[in-house]
Design a protein around this ligand. Structure first.
Ligand code: COA
Length: 259
C-alpha cells in the first residue's frame, strides 16, 4: 500500500503503520485521518494481517495532536464534523478492531495523539514519551474521545486534572496511572511491542477478538457487559479453534491455531 502520510509494512502477520509527518511532529491533518481510515480498513479486511502497531516517524513525536493549522477556518458545525469524521474513520475503528492494535508511543502523544494511543487496545511507551490533553490551551476540548477514554484509563479525578491543567506527564507517570503498560528505551520500543503481539498471535484469534469485544461492551452504555460475555463465551463453544485449544491441552501438546 502506498500513502502520502503513512509508511506501512507487513511482517509475520503484524502490520506496522507509521504516521510520517515528522517535520510537523506527525500532526493529524485531514490526509492523515483519511489515510489512517484506509489503512485500518486493510487491517480489518486483509486475512494476512493478524495484528497492528501504530507509531510515529522520528524520535520526537508519536503524534503532537490534531493539525492546529486546519482549525481557524472551522465554525461550530465544521468542528463537530471534524470530530465525528475522525472518530468514525479512525478512533472507533481502532477500538472495535477484532485484531489487536497496540500503540508504540515514541515521543509526544498530545491531544489527538494521546487520543489515538488511547483508542488502541493498549500502549507501550519509550522513555522520552510525553502524554497530555492540552486542548484547553487553545480554547478547545478533546474531540477524538479523550474526555471518555482518559477517564476509563486513569479515573475521573486524574483525567479531569490532566484535561483542566493541560499538564504533560512523562512515560513513567503514564505507566503509574495505567495509561501505558510498559516503558522501554526508544531503541527497544518496536521490538518489545512486536514481542507482545507475537505472543498474542499464538492464541486463538477468535477468542482474542471476543475478549476485545466483551471488554468494549462493558464501556458501551447500550450493552450489558456481563450478558455480552455470556453470549460470547457460549459462541466460543461452536468454534474449531476451541476444539483445537481444548484437545491440545488434553493431549499435552501445543495448540496450532494458525496453519
Ligand atoms: N498541529 C500542527 N502543527 C504542529 C503541531 C500540531 N498539533 N504540533 C507541532 N506542529 C508543528 C509546529 O508548528 C512546527 O512546525 P514549523 O516548523 O513549520 O513551525 C513543527 O511541528 C515542530 O514543532 P515545534 O513547536 O517547533 O517543536 P517544539 O519542540 O518547540 O515543541 C511541542 C513541541 C509538542 C511542545 C509543540 O509543538 C506543541 O505544543 N504542539 C502542539 C501540541 C498541542 O496543542 N496539541 C493538541 C492539538 S488539539
Amino acid at each position: 500500500m502506498s500513502f502520502e502520510t503513512l509508511l506501512t509494512s507487513l511482517e509475520n502477520g503484524i502490520f506496522t503503520i507509521v504516521i510520517n509527518r515528522p517535520d510537523k511532529l506527525n500532526a493529524l491533518n485531514k490526509t492523515v485521518i483519511s489515510e489512517l481510515g484506509t489503512a485500518l480498513d486493510e487491517v480489518y479486511a486483509n486475512p494476512s494481517i493478524h495484528a497492528a502497531i501504530l507509531t510515529g516517524a522520528g524520535t520526537k513525536a508519536f503524534v503532537a495532536g490534531a493539525d492546529i493549522s486546519e482549525f481557524l477556518s472551522l465554525d461550530a458545525n465544521g468542528g463537530a464534523a471534524l470530530a465525528a469524521k475522525g472518530q468514525e474513520l479512525v478512533f472507533s475503528k481502532i477500538e472495535h478492531c477484532p485484531k489487536p492494535i497496540i500503540a508504540a508511543v515514541n515521543g509526544f502523544a498530545l491531544g489527538g495523539g494521546c487520543e489515538l494511543a488511547m483508542a488502541c487496545h493498549f500502549r507501550l511507551a519509550s522513555e522520552n514519551a510525553k502524554f497530555g490533553q492540552p486542548e484547553v490551551n487553545l480554547g478547545l476540548i478533546p474531540g477524538y474521545g479523550g474526555t471518555q477514554r482518559l477517564v476509563q484509563l486513569v479515573g475521573k479525578g486524574k483525567a479531569l486534572e490532566l484535561l483542566l491543567t493541560a499538564n504533560l506527564i512523562d512515560a513513567n507517570e503514564a505507566k503509574q496511572l495505567g495509561l501505558v503498560n510498559h516503558v522501554t528505551s526508544s531503541e527497544a520500543l518496536l521490538e518489545q511491542t512486536r514481542k507482545i503481539l507475537e505472543q498474542i498471535l499464538t492464541k486463538g484469534p477468535v477468542a482474542v477478538a471476543r475478549c476485545i469485544e466483551a471488554v468494549n461492551a462493558g464501556f458501551d452504555k447500550t450493552k450489558n457487559g456481563y450478558e455480552e460475555e455470556i453470549r460470547l463465551f457460549g459462541a466460543c463453544f461452536g468454534t474449531e479453534e476451541m476444539k483445537e485449544g481444548v484437545s491440545a491441552f488434553l493431549e499435552k501438546r501445543k495448540a496450532a491455531f494458525r496453519q
